[in-house]
Design a protein around this ligand. Structure first.
Ligand code: IPD
Ligand code: CA
Ligand code: CA
Length: 265
């Protein structure tokens, strides 16, 4: 457990850094900015992603100059610290680039390999999600909880698809198609961090995705767990942001959703 003074400092820096990134998103949103491609023509990075990352780094480095930072656009700034900040300066960049306000800043803080704090902020709908290990999860300072739904057949789900399609048995389209053929609503928002937070807030009953990176899920994973949900890989093992596959649910539909994803239903 974190010492309380350190904890307060980490929380304050995390909130400042998340707000700094979100301010940059707001400044660029809807305007004209430079957009370039990463691998594949639709995996975008914009001037705003870099500017948001820079603003976030300034805050973290000012307060904790020796902490490790892992961030989508800059990779790893490796140090010997036991603290690691895992940063997605804009999650939902394709939405952002098209003026669709489903995008956010996502920052998770790890201590000795354990996620201890996370924040996700979508400034366009004024939703700030925060969680600290052992202290619950909040949306704009109000405690949130996952839903009560007990069955996948009655659930509202969300998923995402990688930019490079995974052509493999039980790949993203196969799982999606099986659920849709049964009439189960499966949404696709385009921001894994928002997907996770909306599971935490009880709007979605479950989320699964095949190929995420640590920065997509680091904060949202803790937010779902702290809201009473369960997060695992496709075998049901507790989730680690360093492997690609994720199932995050209210806990009640978790085992069943894993069976759907693995084509056992
Ligand atoms: C993407 C989003 C999307 C998910 C992709 C991610 P980005 O992150 O989270 O929902 O399906 O796999 O790469 O590129 O917008 O930061
Ligand atoms: Ca992302
Ligand atoms: Ca991103």
């Amino acid at each position: 457990m974190l010492e309380s003074y350190l904890c307060a400092m980490l929380k304050s820096t995390l909130i400042k850094a998340t707000e700094a990134g979100a301010k940059v998103m707001q400044e660029f949103f809807g305007g004209s900015f430079k957009i370039s491609n990463k691998e594949g023509i639709n995996n975008l990075v914009t001037e705003a992603d870099h500017a948001s990352e820079k603003a976030i780094f300034e805050v973290i480095k000012n307060d904790f100059p020796d902490h490790f930072i892992l961030s989508e656009e800059s990779g790893a700034l490796v140090t010997n610290s036991s603290f690691k900040w895992i940063v997605d300066p804009i999650d939902g960049t394709v939405n952002f680039a098209h003026g669709i306000p489903i995008c956010c800043v996502s920052i998770g803080v790890e201590q000795e390999g354990e996620m201890v704090m996370g924040a996700v902020y979508n400034p366009f709908i004024n939703e700030f999600y925060f969680a600290q290990k052992g202290f619950g999860a909040t949306l704009n300072d109000n405690l949130i909880q996952v839903s009560d739904e007990q069955q996948v057949a009655k659930a509202c789900l969300v998923t995402g698809f990688p930019y490079t399609y995974l052509d493999q048995p039980n790949g993203p389209l196969e799982v999606f198609s099986r659920l849709i053929r049964k009439g189960i609503p499966v949404r696709r928002l385009g921001s894994a961090a928002m997907d996770l937070c909306w599971v935490a807030a009880g709007r979605f009953d479950g989320f699964y995705e095949h190929k995420l990176q640590a920065w997509d899920s680091a904060a949202g994973f803790l937010i779902v767990e702290e809201a009473g949900g369960r997060v695992s890989d496709f075998s049901g093992k507790r989730y680690s942001p360093y492997q690609p596959h994720i199932v995050a649910t209210n806990g009640k539909i978790h085992d069943e959703l894993i069976d759907w994803v693995n084509n056992k239903i």
